[in-house]
Structures are given as C-alpha cells and as structure tokens.
Design a protein around this ligand. Sequence first.
Ligand code: MN
Length: 246
Amino acid sequence: MRILVTNDDGVMAPGIRALAKACEELGDVIVMAPDTEQSASGHALTLKQPLRVQELEPNVYGVSGTPTDCVLLAVHGPLFNRVPDLIMSGINAGPNMGDDVTYSGTVSAAFEGTLLSIPSIAVSLATFDVYPYDTAAACAVRVAKALLRGGLPPKTLLNLNVPALPMGEIKGFRLTRLGHRVFRDTIVTKTDPRGRPYYWVAGTPEWDAMEKSDMSAVQEGFASVTPLNMDMTDYKLLVDMENWDF
Ligand code: MN
C-alpha cells in the first residue's frame, strides 16, 4: 500500500510530519506538499508557470505550487512508478468545517484525489493555537483503516476535524454534516504609510447551532467525520426548476 501525504500549510509544517509518521503503519509514505504555505488556496491549479520539485529528504518533496498541483503531480507525474492507494491531506493547523471547506487547500487536495479515483481523507486539527498533532494523527489512521475496510463511492472524500484534546479525552467519532458559519466584520480597512487605504480579509467566525454539524461535534469533544461529495448539483432544485420559465 502506498500513501501520498500532502497539505496546504507547506511541506515543513509540523502537522504534515505528524500525519506522515502516523501513516507509516499503513504502508509506504510519500510526502509531496507545497514548498510555501497555501492555506485558503482552495482547488487552485498552477497553469501559467512551471512547477519545480525539490527532494528535501528521502520520500519528502516540496513543490512550488498548490495542494492540487501536488496531488496531480504525484499521481500523473513521472516521479513515482506507482499511483497512491490512499491520499491523506493535512494535518491542517486549524479547522476546516462548514462553509469554509471550499476555501480549504487541505480539503481540495483530497477532492483532487477523489477526482482521480483515489480514496482521500482531509484531516484538520480544530484549533489555531499551538497544540500537539498526535491525537489528530491517531484519529486519521483510525479513519483511514475504516475507509479501507468500507470503501467510498466515486467523487466522495472524508473530512475529519479533530478537537484539540488528548486522545483519552476524545469522546469518539461522530458522523456529521457541514455546519454554517457567518463572518462578522469581514473586511478591515486601514491606511498605509503613504496615506492610501488597504483592505484585509478578516473577521470573527460565528457558527450557527446546528444539530449533527461538524462544528457542534468538535465543540462537544468528538472527532467529526463528514462525507463530502464533489457533485454540488442541487438535485431537488433541479426537479423544482422544471416549471421555471426561461
Ligand atoms: Mn492550512
């Protein structure tokens, strides 16, 4: 079994190292990840410049691109003689839940994996504080083993968010749906030293209390597992819209 480990925090991030180490019990691990932080890069592809790859140590590669570039390069590029059997993306420093998942490079790398028909899991540690990754890494391996037993339908990935708690305090795994998040004060306006305005995307997230959501699970001390489907078609509306007059 070959496992590709990638992320959006960059190849030097502590989270990816912890995930790669934990995945060694599943098989041969290759790390291929952006050489700089690419958080909130979404599902971006680099099309207007070449990709450079640097082997930093055996089986650890830094790429001058996005998380999606890394997955494509690892699967279709000439560097490896084998397609990975499993893609693990993370462990992200910070949650990837609810409405935030499409911004996430971590989740998008896993989406890319599923588009290439490879079972994929996105893993995030649900805190922005410095916190050890060992609990999230152990949870990720548990979810990977369950996925390898159960399998996934096409175009589907698993999105795992782990609370910042010691393993003994995690209450278990909870299957969840995406929550809903609203940002207050989204754009901050300031003035630069030359007197011109500049703008910064910022804001404080506020989460709706939603039953069975990823956010509520993590708040209650559970590791949240959400199956996500790449097919964003609204099938119910598709039927309802039959009577629309265009
Ligand atoms: Mn990130």
